[in-house]
Design a binder for this molecule. Sequence first.
Ligand code: ADP
Ligand code: MG
Length: 465
Amino acid sequence: MNSTDTTTFSSLPLTAEFLNNLKSLGYIEMTVIQSQSLPIAIEGKDLLAQAKTGSGKTAAFAISILHKLESQTYKTQALVLCPTRELADQVSKEFRLLARAIPNTNILTLCGGKPIGPQLASLERNPHIVVGTPGRILKHLEKGSLELEALKTLVLDEADRMLDMGFYDDISLIIDQLPKQRQTLLFSATYPDEIKNISNAIQNNPGDVRVESLHDESKIKQIFYEITKNERTDTLISLLLHFQPESSVIFCNRKQQCQDLAEDLRQQGIHALALHGDLEQRQRDQVLLQFTNKSSAILIATDVAARGLDIKDLQAVINFELSQDPEIHIHRIGRTGRAGSEGLALSLYMPSETPKLIAIEKYQKRPVTVADVSTLTISDDGFKKLEPLMSTLHISGGRKNKVRAGDILGALTANKEIAGKQIGKIDILDIVSYVAVEKKIAKKSLNILSEGKIKGRKYRVRLLK
Ligand code: ADP
Ligand code: MG
């Protein structure tokens, strides 16, 4: 067999339906972590896998789990623990896409910040696969509402982040209640000592797969700018105005700083949203949704909040503050320059932080480029270029009200004042929906929807800031 054969999904012992579905999702070639992990996972062995964010770790465990799933057995066969609800939602979504080839697979997400009643009802239907956050999973185990005696596979996804967030005890308590005979898959973006330790504690002779976390140098243009303490925000604005990225994530080390920076930018006429752990879950969902549907060009985030989120097409990553850890730095900047396009990674640092630069150089095994702030030119149209393309409308009805994307689209375009192509992403949630529309028709869309009806019913509609 030549080397290309072993990197296509068809080299795995999957059914034709499964392979067809992968193909329909555009999954032909395995990513590096997938081609190294899947044979081990499918064989049934424990696995310790490390690869950077965006490398396709979800499918690396989901495909193996689905391949082994006994869909006729109505018991929970796999449990995936994730650090945050956003991640759990993303993992479930990917599971559902991958499971389209297997009729009647029941995948349930169980996270905190959500009422427990509906979760209890869903558990009655014996999900095959449960994805959730440790706290809530533990709660269900304690209540006896989640039964895991038939569990075959446990996955710790983003294990490093779960440990950072203090989930070790909850995870241990969960594991105490699992069958001893099981497969344990541990996925992590970084490889600190704690990961080795937890692996030793809960795994049995795991296969060890690590994919180099350095990025393709040609894909990311990385520049550092030296600043003094009081120049931080001004220099950041100069960077934005000079490079005018269509989409960027700005990293801060602290939650409060995210919030403050978002406000400072807004005062200067630059729209930005902050994503951090002090926001309520609902607000975090909304921020992420606005960023993904292009209603904000700038997302300001902490590492914890941004970790693992599959945000595509980032033109730039900006480090408002350097991370303490060179490995985290490399992860942050790895979010730009995906899918063939060149990314931009810009970092601010103070002279006292020079040791951090040296640590980064050592880690990435090449020197860093430092540029002078005076090289930044600020054009008049800079502010305009940073304006988001879209605005988001919030509608007080969702799936439970039988609202569908087509209904919203229909309501907006009925009187022909708005064209379909001016309408962006539509997200239908349980009891609310969101629709992105071109910024310049935001007010008009708001009027149409608030004065008119959606499928014969009136809803409250408002414009998100
Ligand atoms: P990670 O967990 O490593 O951060 P994800 O599992 O979120 O990465 O995958 C990142 C993106 O890559 C997702 O949008 C996923 O759909 C896509 N993807 C994963 N594997 C493949 C593949 N083999 N071919 C094409 N796209 C893939
Ligand atoms: Mg992941």
